[in-house]
Design a protein around this ligand. Structure first.
Ligand code: GLU
Length: 410
């Protein structure tokens, strides 16, 4: 299955649970607008590279389109379309006033110079600028994009539209970024897991956790869980992983990652591959990097009883069925990683009001939103005896359908 077929299979299950009418189904299943652009970039060695970029606006019934921009070799039309759809259900599930979108350029930015990345970002922003805007569509960071890339996007957009910090989120603190936004996805994962553990009567200090990915999301999840007393026994990045049954030294791993080293280089650890991490001996598995990593082939080997999807779409449809049949609890991406876009919402509101919140307020509000969405998901899942993923999709779809009806889309 391609990513969009896979997301649509999840969508179909949610839609069935709420008996979505055929006409509404047709409107909600496909994207509203799909922009594909050419991004020519003069590279440092004088060659011209022509990349392809996308901005997909899936649904805007509940507010401006919202979603990240990723620079990745697999970011093609199909993948970005699937991720845009996920954003629609995610923003609805956490009940923030946004629709869903995603952008991407099919490129491997490793090895590209900062000048090349800046040129590519400005070209791309200019090419899609006509569909962006503070009340139209607001990009944010995603895989291989960060606060600096958002600063360039905001600057390119502002060059034609006037100073517009609220047109992009995930910006540096000195340029309208919000204190707390950078850690927000990871913190959101921790808040949800903490709440779910309480609901299930689990003591996190007795849990062993494996985290795939030690980038912006994985590293903050590791820090947050370590602070709560959970034992992080495995962590990895693109170059490999580290395992230690007594628990890893998260501060040491963060130092390595900060110095552009692999966590696999840590002292006193057993080196493991990313594939081995998924099957390692642990209680909670947290994929926090790439999509489609838990597949039909490796799902039967997952030993953890709980899977928390910090990444977007880390589990294929077939793998999801295997995990659920095996009685595992899967906290789906729509819920688990929604802290990022929720933090973006806080940044956007602060930019619009020209007002700065303290980080404690940001984190308190974030916890409230995440816990409310978790409660809604658990209540639906328990009442209907369905998985948390099916519940999350059903709640999101129901909310978007209600607003779409009020706005007269159907
Ligand atoms: N890229 C993040 C996500 O997938 C954040 C999106 C945003 O803040 O708009 O949810």
């Amino acid at each position: 299955m391609t990513p969009i077929e896979s997301v649509n299979a999840f969508f179909d299950r949610g839609a069935q649970l709420i008996h979505l009418k055929d006409e509404m189904y047709a409107v909600l299943k496909s994207s509203y607008r799909e922009v594909q652009v050419q991004v020519p970039v003069r590279m440092d060695d004088g060659r011209l590279e022509v990349f392809t970029g996308y901005r997909i606006q899936h649904n805007g019934a509940r507010g401006p389109y919202k979603g990240g921009v990723r620079y990745h070799p697999t970011a093609d039309l199909d993948e970005v379309r699937a991720l845009a759809s996920l954003m629609t259900w995610k923003t609805a599930l956490v009940d923030i006033p946004f629709g869903g979108a995603k952008g991407g350029i099919t490129v491997d930015p490793t090895g590209m110079s900062p000048r090349e990345i800046q040129t590519m970002t400005r070209r791309f922003t200019n090419a899609i600028g006509h569909v962006l805007g503070v009340h139209r569509d607001i990009p944010a960071p995603d895989m291989n994009t960060n606060a600096q890339v958002m600063a360039w996007m905001m600057d390119a957009y502002s060059a034609t539209h006037g100073y517009s910090p609220a047109a992009v989120t995930g910006k540096p603190l000195d340029l309208g970024g919000a204190a707390g936004r950078e850690a927000a996805t990871g913190r959101g994962v921790v808040y949800v897991l903490e709440g779910a553990a309480k609901h299930w009567g689990l003591d996190l200090t007795e849990c062993r956790v494996a985290i795939q990915g030690f980038g912006n999301v994985g590293s903050w999840v590791a820090r947050g869980l370590d602070d709560l007393g959970a034992k992080v026994v495995a962590a990895s990045d693109r170059d490999g992983g580290a395992y230690r049954s007594d628990g890893l030294d998260i501060t040491a791993l963060a130092r390595l990652a900060g110095n552009r080293h692999s966590v696999a280089e840590a002292a006193d650890v057993e080196q493991i591959s990313n594939e081995e991490l998924l099957a390692c001996d642990c209680d909670i598995l947290i994929p926090a990097a790439l999509g489609d990593v838990i597949t039909e082939a490796n799902a039967p080997k997952v030993r953890a009883g709980i899977v928390v999807e910090a990444a977007n779409h880390p589990t294929t449809t077939e793998a999801d069925a295997i995990l659920v049949d095996a009685g595992k609890r899967v906290i789906p991406d729509l819920l688990a990683n929604a802290g990022g876009v929720t933090g973006s919402y806080f940044e956007w509101t602060q930019n619009i009001q020209q007002f700065k919140w303290k980080e404690e307020r940001f984190n308190d509000e974030l916890r409230d939103v995440m816990v409310r969405a978790l409660d809604a998901t658990l209540t639906f899942a328990d009442a209907r005896q369905v998985s948390m993923r099916d519940a999350a999709f059903a709640i999101g779809i129901e909310r978007v359908a209600r607003t779409s009806k009020l706005r007269g889309y159907v």
